[in-house]
Design a protein around this ligand. Structure first.
Ligand code: ARG
Length: 457
C-alpha cells in the first residue's frame, strides 16, 4: 500500500521496517474512538467554515458506514496499514472520494492518537470502576454474613488478637474503595482534549478546540499544544492505579490461598473456581487466586515499561510513544480479566466459621485482653504485660490455654486476679469489648458496613 507520506521519498519502506513500524495490530482496538474523534473534528471544521456543511455530512456518513462495517465484520482491518488512523482515513477516501482527503485539515496524527487513547482509556477506566464496585459489594455481603465469625487476626503471620471475618473482609473493602477514588481522581485530571494541538505547534486555521472538547465530553482543552501531544501522564497514573489494584488483589489472593489450605481451612472455594491435579486425585487447587497473584507482576511491568519509555524522550512527539499502547492495553485487560474471576470467586466462597473459631482458641490471642484486665484494675500496663507474659510461658510448659489455668494458679502471679477474669478473656468478649472507632468490635463493624454501603450508593 502506498504511504500517505510517500511524496518526498524515492524508495519504498523496507518490508521488515514497515512491519516494525506498524501499530495497526494493536491500535485497531481504538477504531471506535478514532472514528468518533474524526466525526467531531469534521463537524468543527464545517462549523468554522474550513469545510462545507455538505462535506461534513459526506465525511460523517462515510465514517459511520466504516464504523458499522467494522462492528459487523463486513470490513476487516488491513494489517498492512501503518496504524488505525491511516486505515480509517484511507478507507474513508476509498468510500467518498476526494472529500475524505479534507478530514485531516488542522490535525496531525500526533494529536489524533493522543485523543483516541484518552477516549479509549476513559471508557476502560470507567469499566474497571464498575467492576471494583461489584467486588466491593460482593465482599461487603460476605462481611455482612460473617459478623459473628471469630477468627485469629495475624501479625507476622502469627496469631495475634481475635477479630471477626467480617472485620478482615472490610479491610479489603476500604482498599478497593481507595482504588475507585484513585481512578476517579486520574479521570478528572486526564479529561482534557489534546485535539487541535496538531503536530506540536497548533495551527493557522481558526479552529474551535473547545467545541470538539465539549462534544467529546471533556472538561476543557490541553492548554499547551506541545504538552497536548507529549503528555502521557494519564497512562502512568492509570497504570499505577492498576498496579495498586493488582497489589490489593494479590494480597487478597495470597490469603485465600492460605485460608483454603488444609493448614488453615478457613474457607472452601467453589468447585467452579478451583482446579484438580493431573496426578493427585485429592487435589483442589486455588488456581484463580494464584494466577491473579502471578499476573500482578506483568501489570507492574507495564507501568515500568511506560515510565522507562518516557524518561528519555525530548518534547514533543517521538515514535517511542507508540509503545504506550501495548503496555496500557495489557495492564487494562489483565485487571479486567482478574476482576472478572475474582468477583464470583469471592461470591461463591464458603467461610468455615468453626475452623476459624478453633484456630482462634489456640495461640493465646486473648493475652492482650488479660493484660488489659489487670490494667483496668489499677496495675500499670507494662507490669501487667510482664505478668501475662510469664503466665503464657507457664501455660506453654503445661500445654494448657489461659482459660484452663485455675484462679489459684493466677493468684500466684497477682492477687488482683478474680473469677471475672474468665469472662473477660473469652473470645466473644475480646471482640465485643473492642469499642474504639474502626475496631473489630461488633458495633464498629456495623458502622463500617454502613460506610461501605454509603460509598456504593
Ligand atoms: N501510530 C502512532 C502512535 O501510536 C500514531 C502517531 C504517529 N505520529 C507520527 N508522527 N508518526 O504513536
Amino acid at each position: 500500500m502506498d504511504k500517505m507520506w510517500a511524496g518526498r521519498f524515492e524508495k519504498a519502506l523496507d518490508k521488515q521496517a514497515d512491519d516494525f513500524n506498524s501499530s495497526i495490530h494493536f491500535d485497531k482496538k481504538m477504531y471506535k474512538e478514532d472514528i468518533k474523534g474524526s466525526i467531531e473534528h469534521a463537524l468543527m471544521l464545517s462549523s468554522v467554515g474550513i469545510i462545507t456543511k455538505e462535506e461534513y455530512l459526506q465525511i460523517a456518513d462515510g465514517l459511520n458506514s466504516i464504523l458499522e462495517d467494522l462492528n459487523s465484520g463486513a470490513l476487516i482491518f488491513d494489517e498492512n496499514a501503518e496504524d488505525i488512523h491511516m486505515f480509517n482515513e484511507a478507507e474513508l477516501t476509498k468510500r467518498i472520494g476526494d472529500t475524505g482527503k479534507k478530514l485531516h485539515t488542522a490535525r496531525s496524527r500526533n494529536d489524533q492518537v493522543a485523543l483516541d487513547l484518552r477516549l479509549y482509556m476513559r471508557n476502560q477506566a470507567n469499566d474497571i470502576i464498575a467492576l471494583l464496585k461489584e467486588l466491593i459489594k460482593v465482599t461487603k455481603e460476605k462481611a455482612e454474613e460473617n459478623q459473628d465469625a471469630i477468627m485469629p487476626g495475624y501479625t507476622h503471620l502469627q496469631r495475634a488478637q481475635p477479630i471477626t471475618f467480617a472485620h478482615h473482609l472490610l479491610a479489603y473493602c476500604m482498599m478497593l474503595m481507595r482504588d475507585v477514588t484513585r481512578l476517579e481522581d486520574a479521570l478528572k485530571r486526564m479529561n482534557y482534549s489534546p485535539l487541535g494541538s496538531c503536530a506540536l505547534a497548533g495551527t493557522t486555521y481558526p479552529t474551535d478546540r473547545n467545541m470538539v472538547a465539549k462534544n467529546l465530553g471533556f472538561d476543557g482543552v490541553c492548554m499547551n499544544s506541545i504538552d497536548g501531544v507529549s503528555d502521557r501522564d494519564y497512562c502512568i497514573e492509570l497504570e499505577s492505579a492498576f498496579a495498586t489494584i493488582m497489589m490489593h488483589l494479590s494480597r487478597f489472593s495470597e490469603e485465600i490461598i492460605l485460608w483454603s489450605s488444609w493448614e488453615f481451612k478457613f474457607v472452601e472455594l467453589d468447585d467452579s473456581y478451583t482446579t484438580g491435579s493431573s496426578i493427585m486425585p485429592q487435589k483442589k487447587n486455588p488456581d484463580m487466586a494464584e494466577l491473579v497473584r502471578g499476573k500482578t507482576g506483568r501489570v507492574y511491568g507495564d507501568l515500568m515499561a511506560t515510565l522507562t519509555m518516557l524518561k528519555g524522550i525530548p518534547l514533543a512527539y517521538n515514535k517511542d510513544m507508540q509503545e504506550d499502547k501495548e503496555a496500557i492495553f495489557d495492564a487494562t485487560e489483565t485487571v479486567i480479566k482478574c476482576l472478572g474471576v475474582f468477583i464470583p470467586m469471592i461470591k461463591t466462597m464458603t467461610p468455615i466459621k468453626e475452623n476459624m473459631y478453633n484456630a482462634a482458641g489456640k495461640g493465646f490471642i486473648n493475652a492482650t485482653d488479660l493484660a488489659d484486665y489487670l490494667t483496668k484494675k489499677g496495675m500499670p500496663f507494662r507490669s501487667a504485660y510482664k505478668i501475662v507474659g510469664t503466665i503464657v510461658g507457664e501455660c506453654i510448659k503445661k500445654n494448657i490455654t489461659l482459660e484452663q489455668m485455675t484462679l489459684e494458679e493466677y493468684k500466684a502471679h497477682s492477687d488482683i486476679f478474680e473469677n471475672d477474669l474468665y469472662s473477660e478473656i473469652s473470645l466473644e468478649s475480646c471482640v465485643a469489648k473492642r469499642i474504639s472507632k474502626g475496631s473489630t468490635g461488633y458495633a464498629s463493624v456495623k458502622e463500617q458496613l454502613e460506610y461501605v454501603a454509603e460509598f456504593l450508593k
